[in-house]
Design a protein around this ligand. Structure first.
Ligand code: PNS
Length: 161
């Protein structure tokens, strides 16, 4: 059984992330979504809330599980016996950033394989930043996040929206 990890901040998980998770699932028997910490980011939602939002978002997908982890991705990779990490990129900036992470992870774990998929589907440019901005502006999040995650996103935002 092949296993891919789809790691990320997921602050919060968007419909674009879900398209990537579906793409990963087409290529691997199982997908573990890992909600993690990017030390370069400050989060709107804490790790536990990001985990719950991700769980609600993928609940209808077969072969997909969600975990949170506050350690290194290279360690999680070995612990789960993963075959690949799957990430997507929307533009050149993303690609440079993802390449840098892929190189760092490979340099520290020789088993580590990163598969980069260009963002496609119906939401090729959607970002968590856009979702947070819409939330702050009190705009509806329809077409940006999974409906099942909406109550958690509104609640986890401290009632701002
Ligand atoms: O959604 P993001 O912010 O692009 O995801 C980045 C993430 C969380 C996958 C990355 O920061 C990560 O792997 N964090 C775990 C800690 C780690 O392994 N850091 C070194 C990787 S360069």
């Amino acid at each position: 059984m092949s296993l891919a990890i789809v790691p990320g901040s997921f602050d919060p998980m968007t419909l674009g992330h879900l398209e990537l998770i579906r793409e990963a699932r087409k290529r691997y028997d199982r997908v573990t979504v890992a909600v993690m910490i990017n030390s370069e980011k400050q989060y709107l939602f804490d790790l536990e809330t990001r985990l719950k939002i991700a769980e609600a978002s993928v609940a209808d997908l077969d072969g997909v599980t969600v975990i949170s982890d506050s350690g290194l991705l290279i360690d999680l990779y070995d612990r789960l016996g993963a075959d690949a990490v799957v990430k997507s990129y929307r533009n050149e900036t993303d690609l440079i950033y993802e390449r840098r992470m892929a190189d760092w992870n490979r340099a520290h774990n020789e088993r580590f394989v990163t598969v980069l998929i260009p963002a496609a589907g119906e939401h090729p440019t959607l970002s968590s930043t856009e979702v947070r901005e819409a939330l702050r502006a009190g705009k509806p999040l329809d077409g940006m996040v999974h409906p099942a995650a909406l109550p958690l996103i509104l609640k986890g935002n401290g009632g701002e929206a």
